[in-house]
Design a binder for this molecule. Sequence first.
Ligand SMILES: [Fe+2]
Length: 237
Amino acid sequence: MKLKIAAISDMHYTPEPKVQVPKRHGDYAPAFVDAAVQMINDDVRPDILLVAGDIVDMPEQEALLAEIAPHFSNIACPMVVIPGNHDPAPEIFYKYMPEPPPFIDINGHRIAVFPNDSGANGYKASRRPEESYRFGPNDGTPVLMLQHVPIALDGETSSIHTYENAEGIIDDALSHNAVFSIAAHFHGGAAPYFRCRLPHLMIPSLTEEPCSFVSFTFENRRLVQYTIHYMDKEFLK
Ligand SMILES: [Fe+2]
């Protein structure tokens, strides 16, 4: 069975332009979300939308999260949203965003959702072993993992960001039939990468130039399509 996924991330909604990062347009995040939702509904037509975190730019910006949340409500497919390291903690985040179940079985695949991983030294992340229940029952269903920070080992990608306990997470993932890992955090994004123990991709930032999101399709546990969708940034002028 085919599972088509659209994935957006790293809107970094902020009231003012971020002068230190001129190519990031977080002050236009609601307009970017509106435009992406329309493209996804009209053109991409996925089975599910994944939103991989850093919706706002600062964890204390709860009011901005409340303001941008309704902009996701027009999506026509099921949606899974997780917080990133720039968002409020999950217990606040999910006051405004729909809280996903630990895993979702859809079209012959399972999406395991990891919203509770914590930050670690050097912009890294860490996962507690108790989070393993999010893989669901070991019944042979191929699992796609979703978390904000990429799970990669040294030298696998150009991103320096990963989990401090990545090796153990990968061991656990493979023992739970994980076939792919979906993350963001690295704003340039990264195409699907397979020369590693746990293949993965990184979703690009929606609001940081070139301003894009991705869609991809799994068919019987294999990736068969991957597309980068570039945003029309007319509203920035
Ligand atoms: Fe980010």
